[in-house]
Design a protein around this ligand. Structure first.
Ligand code: S3P
Length: 447
C-alpha cells in the first residue's frame, strides 16, 4: 500500500482552542487543487514542455504527478518550477504497474478521460475513501465513447482499457460535476469529431479555460438556461507555461477564522476568484461579513484577487441550491461557522455533498451535534440554527475527509470549549500548510 493510502491507520487527532487574541496577518495559500491537476494532465497530453509555477504540492496532486510520470510523461521539479514533458494527445505509454490515486476523486476521474483516448490498459486504485466513491458517473459516458473496463463494477480498483478510436458524444450531465464534464471533454480531445457536454447548472470551468490556453478548440454557448461546451477532436495541444493561483477552498478556512475571532483582520493574497468558485464568499457577504476583494487582476486566464476579511457579526441566510456547484467544497466550513451567526442558515441542494471524500452532509451534521450546535437535515437541505455562540467540547469523526477536519478546526478557534477532530493526517491531501498558516495568524492547536 502506498503512503497516500495509509490514512486512518495512524490517526493524528488535534484540538483547536479558543483564540485569546485577534488573528492577524497577510499571507498566501498554496496553489489551487483543480488547476494543479489539470496543468499536469494537459502538460502530459501536449507536445513539448509545460512549466508550472505554484503547483499545489499536496498528496492528491503529487499522486497525479506520479501518474503522468508512470504514463511516460515525466513531471519533475527544479527550483520552484515543475516541468512536464508531454507526448501529444494520444501518446501516453503503458505503465509498468497499477496507479494509486490515494484520496483524489479529481485525479482519478480526470485521468479516466485521459486514459480513454490511449491504446493502453491501466489499473487504477485508491484509499478506502476513494474506493467507496462512485465512478459510474464518469464511466458511463466514457464507455459510450469507447472505454472498456475489465470489471463489472463502478468503484475502484478498476482496470480500464483506452482506445485510439474514440467516438464523440453529446452528453447531458445528470449531476452538476466538473469532474464528469472534464473527463468527457478530455476524452473528446482524442475523439474523431466534436464532443459536447450540456450542463444544467454551471460548474467550475478550469478545464475549458486551460484547454483553450493549450491550443484546443473549445466553445461554450449558453442557450435556454443550459450551457453547451463543445471540444473539437483530433486535437493537438502545445506545451505552455502555467501559473497556478491560490486555492479559494483553502483560503476559506483562514477567512472564516478571521470572521469568527473578535478584532481579527486577515488578508490572503493571490487567490483564484473565478465566479464558478466563489459562492462561499458571496454567501458570507450576505451574512454580513466584512470581506473585500482587492487588486482584482487576471493571471494565466483566471481572475485572482487579494481577499481581506475582518471580524464580523454574522446573520443566518438562505443559500439557494443554484449556488451549490460554486461552493460545493465549502459547505462544511460554512456549516461550522453558521452556529456563530444569529438565526437559521438554510443550505439547499446538497445532494452532491453525500458523495465527496466522505458523506459530508452526515459528517458535518454529526460534528455540529457533537459540539452543541443545533442543525436539521431534511433530504438535501441542511439548516444550522445559529445562536451566535457555539459550545464546542466535542470530538468530530472525520472519516478520512480533509475538509471535515479543517472545518471543525476552524470552528474550535471561537467556540467556548475546545473542539477536537479525530484525525488530521489526511489534511495533507489538499492543504499540508493548514496548521502552520493558521498558527501564523495566531491560532492555537494542541496535539
Ligand atoms: C473538482 C470538482 C468538484 C470538487 C472537487 C474538485 C474539480 O467535484 O468537489 O474538489 O477539480 O473538477 P465534482 O465535480 O464531483 O463536483
Amino acid at each position: 500500500m502506498s503512503k497516500s493510502s495509509a490514512h486512518g491507520a495512524n490517526p493524528a487527532p488535534l484540538t483547536a482552542v479558543k483564540a485569546s487574541n485577534p488573528l492577524t496577518g497577510t499571507l498566501r495559500v498554496p496553489g489551487d487543487k483543480s488547476i494543479s491537476h489539470r496543468a499536469l494532465m494537459f502538460g502530459a497530453l501536449a507536445t513539448g514542455k509545460t512549466t508550472i509555477k505554484g503547483l499545489l504540492e499536496a498528496e492528491d496532486v503529487l499522486n497525479t504527478a506520479k501518474a503522468v510520470t508512470a504514463l511516460g510523461t515525466p513531471a519533475t521539479k527544479s527550483g520552484d518550477t515543475w516541468t512536464v514533458l508531454g507526448r501529444g494527445t494520444g501518446g501516453l505509454k503503458q505503465p509498468d504497474g497499477p496507479i494509486d490515486f490515494g484520496n483524489s476523486g479529481t485525479g482519478t476521474r480526470l485521468m479516466m478521460g485521459v486514459v480513454a483516448g490511449q491504446d493502453i490498459t491501466v489499473t487504477m486504485m485508491g484509499d478506502a475513501s476513494l474506493s467507496r466513491r462512485p465512478m459510474g458517473r464518469v464511466l458511463k459516458p466514457l464507455r459510450q465513447m469507447g472505454l472498456l473496463t475489465r470489471e463489472d463494477r463502478d468503484t475502484l480498483p478498476l482496470t480500464v482499457e483506452g482506445s485510439s478510436h474514440l467516438v464523440p458524444i453529446e452528453y447531458v450531465l445528470p449531476v452538476p460535476s466538473a469532474q464528469v464534464k472534464s473527463a468527457i471533454l478530455i476524452a473528446g480531445l482524442m475523439a474523431a469529431g466534436e464532443t459536447t457536454v450540456i450542463e444544467k447548472e454551471p460548474t467550475r470551468d478550469h478545464t475549458e479555460r486551460m484547454l483553450r490556453y493549450f491550443g484546443a478548440q473549445v466553445e461554450t454557448e449558453v442557450r435556454d438556461g443550459l450551457t453547451r461546451i463543445t471540444v473539437h477532436g483530433d486535437a493537438e495541444l502545445e506545451g505552455r507555461d502555467v501559473v497556478v493561483p491560490g486555492d479559494p477552498s483553502s483560503a476559506a478556512f483562514l477567512i472564516c477564522a478571521a470572521l469568527l475571532v473578535p478584532g481579527s483582520g486577515v488578508t490572503v493574497e493571490g487567490v483564484l476568484v473565478n465566479e464558478t468558485r466563489t459562492g462561499l464568499y458571496t454567501t458570507l457577504k450576505e451574512m454580513g461579513a466584512d470581506i473585500v476583494f482587492l487588486n482584482e487582476r487576471e493571471e494565466g486566464g483566471e481572475p485572482i484577487a487579494d481577499i481581506r476579511a475582518r471580524y464580523s457579526k454574522l446573520k443566518g441566510v438562505h443559500v439557494p441550491a443554484a449556488r451549490a456547484p460554486s461552493m460545493i467544497d465549502e459547505y462544511p466550513v460554512l456549516a461550522a461557522i453558521a452556529g456563530f451567526a444569529h438565526g437559521d442558515t438554510r443550505m439547499d441542494g446538497l445532494a452532491e455533498l453525500k458523495v465527496k471524500e466522505s458523506d459530508r452532509l452526515a459528517a458535518t451534521a454529526a460534528g455540529l451535534a457533537a459540539n452543541g450546535v443545533r442543525a436539521t437535515v431534511d433530504g438535501d437541505t441542511l439548516i444550522v440554527h445559529g445562536t451566535g455562540e457555539v459550545a464546542g467540547g466535542g470530538t468530530v469523526a472525520t472519516h478520512l475527509d480533509h475538509r471535515i477536519a479543517m472545518a471543525f478546526l476552524t470552528m474550535g478557534l471561537a467556540s467556548d470549549k475546545p473542539v477536537t477532530v479525530d484525525d488530521t493526517a489526511m489534511i495533507a491531501t489538499s492543504f499540508p500548510e493548514f496548521r502552520g498558516l493558521m498558527e501564523r495568524l495566531g491560532a492555537s492547536y494542541r496535539s
